[in-house]
Every structure is written in C-alpha cells, then in structure tokens.
Design a protein around this ligand. Structure first.
Ligand code: AQP
Length: 345
C-alpha cells in the first residue's frame, strides 16, 4: 500500500484515514462493499479514522431539501449500523464544518482547468449535457481534495471509481507545496482493495452500480428486504454458461464476474476461492446462494438502520458532536493554509 518513498514524505504526518459518502440517494451494495465495509476494517487499527456524509457534494446535482435531510441521516445510520463507532471514529456531515468549503476555494485556485477536464466521472455524469450541469459538479474533485487534505489524511479508502480523484488530490497537494515552497500537505494514498472495488450494475456489467441509476432493479439497496434482494439477484443479467473452474474462465463475462466478486466480498473470501467452491454450478444454484448470503449480511444492518432512523434527533446529536471534533482538527490546518497563502487575519 505505501512504498518507502511515500512513507518518508509522510513521516511527519499522523497516519489518518478520511473518506466520505454522498447522501444523493439510499446506500447501495456498491457503497457498502467498495467503501463502508472497508471503513469499518480500518477503524481501530493503526489509523485515526474520520468519516463524513458529504452533503456539499450531494447538491452538485439537484436534491429535494426534505429528501436530503432524510438521506443524510440514513447514510449516517448506515455507517453506524455497519460498525462505525462514532466515539472511535469521527463521524459528521460535511456542511457542519465550513472549513471544507473554505479550503475548497483555495484549491479551486490551485487546481488547473486542464486537470479538471480530464476527470472521467465528470464526463460520465455530465454526458452530452456539460453546458447545463452545475459549476459545483465540475469543481467537485477540488472540494474532495479539500475534504481529505483538511485533515492531513494519509490514506483514503475508496472504490475504483474515485481513484482518479484521489490522484488529483495528490497533484493539488504537490502544487500547493511547490508553489508556496512548503511541506504542508501530505501525499494521500488511495486504498483500493478487495474483490469488490467496482461493483457493477446487475442489469449491465459494463456500468457500475450507483445510487442514482435509472432502475431500482439494477442495484441492491442497503434497505432492501429479503424478498427484494432475492428477486433482484434472480433477475440479474447473466449468461447461459455455468461457472468455470478458474477465474480466467470468467474473462469476457462481466455480469458473471460481478456476481462472483460480490459473493467473495460478502463472504470475506477471494474470488478464486468462490470459483473453487462453485466450479461447474449453474445460476440456478449460485444465485439463490448469493441471495441468502447477501440477506444474511445485510438484514442485521438494515434492521439496525431502521432502529436508528426512528430517532433522528439522536443521529443529529451524533453528527453535531462529530462535527465539533472534526472542526478541532480542521480549523488549525485551515488557519495555517491561510497564513501560507498570505491572508491577513
Ligand atoms: N459500484 C461501486 N462499487 C464499489 N464502490 C463504489 N462506490 C460507489 N459505488 C461503488 C464507492 O462508495 C463511496 C461513496 O461514493 P459516493 O456516494 O460519494 O459517490 P459515487 O461514487 O458517485 O456513488 P454512487 O452510488 O454512484 O452515487 P451517485 O449515483 O449519486 O453518483 C466511494 O468510495 C465510491 O468509490
């Protein structure tokens, strides 16, 4: 994960993890396997862990205000129900810590337009509508760099789709350090590990599973009940072939590979181990086994999410307390950045 050079550059920084999730819709299995499950794994280890519901990012596309409040609490409940301990980790929503937006502005003045033009997620999300999307959507990666660097985070667990944005964060940190002749921001490492770093859409193995995808049938929501999960896996697109006996046999079969990877991630195995267990099995055997496994893992989480959601005031209290702890780290970093830039204060 960290090579010797990176370790040296970061020697003066506390090993610290930052990551976030947008409350732009209900959590999916992709968010869980690619991000939250791995956030939980990193908690209590060698790192301080800071996790954020990134509501400023959510509004880069239109959000109904009542829905946004609800989804912000639901994402927070998803974190906690999955095992994030708000005492052990810092857990908050981004808009309560205004330093994110302030550092984001500095980085808007550091990042180059040419860098932003290369961001594939913007191209995917804007599509042919690039003239009409918000300026915020275009500047999103620069705010994401601020989210991370405000805490001098050294490690960022993310799904594969966010790798380019974490690389941009390194570019912004390097340019800031170089322009002002300082050694102020660390080199942030993306942590992209495990068999489910890119969970694909159940109806199209070429597209990733997203909260905002068009059809509900293309994703598993963290709040889906057992019948819905079984139905979605049953109807998931596959091919007529049985499972092969090696992973190579899944080449050119993206939908089949996706289901094997999901099984592996849910059962904490490698995809190779799953193939060894199910070699030769047809979908009539594999899909129900996958559905049972998913229900086994997700049902306790969604039950706990419902329990937490019944007391929104308690979630708000947890987020407010987390925001207070986050500000205590963020404010001195922002003040030093302002001094470096030359602001009078
Ligand atoms: N399909 C996925 N597979 C693996 N990881 C994923 N992540 C998202 N989708 C998958 C990871 O979840 C974290 C939070 O992502 P986000 O909510 O901030 O933004 P996103 O990547 O844009 O997620 P969605 O679900 O696709 O949201 P919408 O549809 O609203 O844009 C990140 O670490 C991400 O990699």
């Amino acid at each position: 994960m960290t090579d010797a050079a990176t370790t040296d550059v970061n020697a003066k920084f506390t090993p610290r993890v930052f990551s976030g999730i947008k409350p732009s819709g209900g959590l999916t299995l992709g968010n869980y396997l690619g991000a939250i499950k791995r956030f939980v794994d990193m908690q209590g280890g060698d790192f301080e862990t800071i996790y954020c519901v990134v509501d400023l990012h959510a509004i880069t596309v239109w959000q109904d205000p009542t829905e946004l409040r609800n989804t912000t609490r639901e994402v927070a409940a998803g974190f906690i129900a999955s095992g994030i301990d708000p005492e052990q980790s810092v857990l908050f929503n981004q808009s309560q810590v205004s330093q994110h937006a302030e550092l984001g502005w500095l980085f808007n003045c550091v990042a180059r337009v040419g860098w932003m033009n290369r961001m594939t997620q913007f191209k995917d999300k804007a599509g042919s509508n690039a003239e009409k999307v918000s300026l915020g959507l275009y500047a999103y990666p620069s705010l994401m760099a601020a989210d991370i660097l405000l805490y001098h985070a050294t490690h960022v667990p993310v799904g594969e789709d966010q790798k380019q944005h974490v690389e941009l964060t390194r570019d912004i940190a390097q340019k800031f350090n170089h322009d002002f002749k300082v050694d102020f921001f660390p080199e942030t490492n993306p942590v992209i590990e495990g068999p489910a770093t890119r969970v694909m859409n159940l109806r199209d193995g070429a597209k990733k599973m997203s909260k905002s995808g068009e059809s509900d049938m293309e994703r598993i929501n963290m709040t889906d009940d057992a019948d819905t999960i079984a139905k979605k896996f049953k109807k998931a697109k596959t091919d007529p072939e049985p499972l092969p006996d090696t992973l190579d046999g899944l080449a050119g079969r993206p939908e089949a590979r996706n289901l094997v990877d999901i099984y592996a991630a849910l059962s904490d195995q490698t995809s190779q181990q799953v193939i060894a267990e199910y070699a030769g099995a047809g979908w009539g055997k594999f899909k129900p086994a996958l559905a049972d496994l998913a229900v086994d893992k997700l049902a306790p989480i969604s039950t706990e999410m419902s329990r937490l959601m019944a007391d929104p005031a308690e979630i708000d209290r947890i987020l407010a307390r987390g925001a207070e702890r986050a500000r205590a780290i963020a404010q001195p970093v922002l003040q030093q950045a302002y001094d470096i830039v030359g602001f009078v204060r």
